[in-house]
Design a protein around this ligand. Sequence first.
Ligand SMILES: [Zn+2]
Length: 430
Amino acid sequence: MIIYRARVYDTPVDPFDGGEIRGDADAGIAVDGGAIVARDAFAAVRDRWPEADVVDLRDGVLIPGMIDTHVHFPQIRAIGHLGRPLLEWLDHCALPEEVRLGDPEYAAEIAAEFVRGLVSSGTTSALVFGSHFASAVDALFEEGERVGMRITSGLVTSDRILPEPLLTTPDRSRAEAAALIERWHGTGRARYAITPRFAFSASAELLASDASLRELADDLWFTSHVNENAAEIAGVAEMFPDARDYLDCYDRAGLLGRRSILAHNVAPTDAELARLGELGAGVAHCPTSNSALASGFFPLRRHLEHGVRVALGSDVGAGNGFSLFKEGAQAYFMQQLAPTGGLPLAAAHLLHLATSAGADALGLSDRVGVLSEGMRFDAVWVRPADGEPLDVGLRHAQSDDDAVAKLFALGTPADVARVWIDGELVTSRR
Ligand SMILES: [Zn+2]
């Protein structure tokens, strides 16, 4: 039994539904075997277990482990290219790097860099866009298992338009995916996600073959891209003339359901939003990527009005880093700047989007996303260096909202001092 004594912030009630930040200035969180067995005022928890070890974290703040719902494993070395729209960026920046993952040794190196990038930024669960190469997807799951991360991922499939080494066939991809599902789905914290890259690079036959994987397990996840960029959307409409809209390319193949997360959805129709809401599916909002590629303003308000689950994605490597503090701040900026329909966001929304909203979208709300009794202890201790602006800000915050706003305004991976997953310390800088 360990009692963590800390200033804690989380969002047990959805702030888009009237919830507020739950802030405890001096909380005790008792953890046993990875589970939170009590959360109360420190003195009360201490009285219950006077012999327990106490870890004093009052120098910083404790928040739930963050949850990234869209991030590309093969693209860590592609971060930072500027000045190109989506399809050009893919051709020049991302896809040449993705081809290199055909080399298993290279893929293992990238997997280590990638998982480290996530964890050291305070991300403890992620829906990861995998690789086109099955051996590289193995490398990712192996590294995730070694570190203990909650990773949902899968083989990325495409059978047209992309460079030849990234192409597959319906039969080959089905066989490779089936073997990966057998090895990884439900193994430790790993789960499998069916992952066609996007309808733009997939034939209807490939999408149907991907959907047929559902016969192997009824709780597989699905992820892909949708409605990111005008040229992409027009291309998909040409390639799927019978589809009602972009989303329908996946829907008619039988790919969509509650366990689905589509990335971007910057330019959806109302019919698409209504369908996503009806399915209970989620959308990964990736604001630095949308900004870097000039993809557009995410219509957050319309998503919420249609009951669509929304969480944050870093979309590395189009997004420019792993930090969900930065994504939260950028989401806020873009809603402020949106020419029409922007939704003003408060600190509680940002914390929710980076934590509990991701848990909800990924079906992990019974385990992670908040620091309540009964949950697993996935947590991030933010402890900036003495005298840094975030340190000054946290010490002089006027309220819980003010403190959390400062986390998103000023927090960086360098301020993430410790990270726990399932009670295990996986990163420690202090
Ligand atoms: Zn993406």
